[in-house]
Design a protein around this ligand. Structure first.
Ligand SMILES: [Zn+2]
Ligand SMILES: [Zn+2]
Length: 341
């Protein structure tokens, strides 16, 4: 098991001490952070880890380290407010554990609130939408079943949980400025504290955050994501961005441009694949051509990623449906796309 890095402290120009607590979120080496904000009103915890594997233990160890490394005694039971940056398990799955230590109110953006409060309903609705997406993407049957079982796996660990308040775009709360940045998740928020931005999963230092089509969940999809990247560019004076995964980002604006360029390359690649193929293609075929070597859970991620980019190209008039008559006549046939010349 890889050792996780130590807790780090960053101080914003507005005088908030931000403690970054590293955690192993999924047993397969996927790590990330929770943050403790000292100096932005009530002592605030941002995100809780996944609650899976050693995530809760890592979170507790992180609190102990704040005392050991920085001489500031902060316990989980001292937390007075909890903010969830978005409704993904690796960010809110630790809430039941955290709630055994504190009665602090929990807040999340309205668009993700129902994910927490009505989790079972959310999984049913999302699974249904994913099935329609798979049909339209042309996923063949044995693969369809295995993708569904992967999709359902992590979700079995979670049950619904109460939320106490909603966060709104542009809301300022005790010096925390919330910026709604949908795309990666409908209710994704970044939090600005003076010259530091908690960029959650919206901007990461190494990975281009995962995209999934808006046809599965409203307010996701590449169009919203690109809008939200542009939105962040309007906030100048951010010296440091701290993502929920990976490293600190010292050039947020440069990183945003690099992520935009990466998506443009993917869009170009799809057009090239389709041009070279000649015949119309479905999303499953495009995904296999883009990501020929992926395995396991990454197959699902690849199909969603390809689907989000194909959706974007279609929405922006670069693609047309080649089998419109069949699409009209059948319940959910695979959609064949062709390039609009
Ligand atoms: Zn996420
Ligand atoms: Zn995440």
């Amino acid at each position: 098991m890889n050792p996780i890095p130590p807790v780090e402290r960053f101080t914003s120009s507005s005088g908030v001490d931000i403690y970054r607590l590293p955690m192993l979120l999924f047993p397969n080496d996927f790590s990330g952070h929770a943050f403790v904000l000292d100096g932005a009103g009530p002592l605030t915890l941002v995100d809780t880890g996944s609650g899976i594997g050693r995530s809760n233990d890592d979170l507790a160890a992180g609190f102990a380290q704040i005392g050991e490394r920085f001489g500031k005694s902060i316990a989980l039971s001292d937390i007075e407010r909890i903010i969830i940056t978005h409704g993904h398990i690796d960010h809110f799955g630790g809430l039941p554990f955290v709630k055994t230590h504190t009665e602090a109110p929990v807040g999340i953006h309205e668009l993700d609130r129902r994910v927490l409060t009505n989790y079972e309903e959310r999984v049913i609705v999302a699974t249904k939408a994913l099935g329609i997406f798979f049909d339209r993407a042309g996923i063949p049957n044995p693969q369809r079943d295995s993708l569904f079982s992967m999709y359902g796996f992590a979700k079995r660990h979670v049950t619904s949980i109460d939320v106490d308040f909603s966060i709104a775009d542009e809301q300022i709360l005790d010096g925390m400025e919330f910026i709604h940045t949908p795309g990666h998740c409908p209710g994704q928020v970044c939090i600005r504290l003076g010259d530091i931005l908690l960029s959650a999963d919206h901007v990461l230092s190494r990975t281009t955050p995962h995209q999934s089509p808006e046809s599965i969940t409203h307010y996701m999809g590449l169009d919203h994501y690109a809008d939200s990247l542009r939105k962040l560019l309007r906030f100048d004076g951010i010296r440091l961005a701290l993502g929920s995964h990976e490293d600190a980002i010292h050039d947020l604006y440069g990183r945003i441009h690099a992520i935009r360029a990466s998506h443009n390359r993917k869009l170009d690649r799809i057009r090239r694949i389709m041009r070279e193929n000649g015949a119309p293609m479905n999303v499953s075929q495009i995904s296999a051509a883009m990501y020929p070597d992926v395995e396991g859970y990454h197959v699902l991620l690849a199909i969603e990623e390809a689907g989000a980019h194909v959706e974007y190209l279609y929405q922006h008039g670069h693609l047309a449906i080649a089998n419109l008559r069949e699409f009209e006549a059948e319940p959910n046939p695979a959609i064949l796309y062709q390039l609009n010349q």
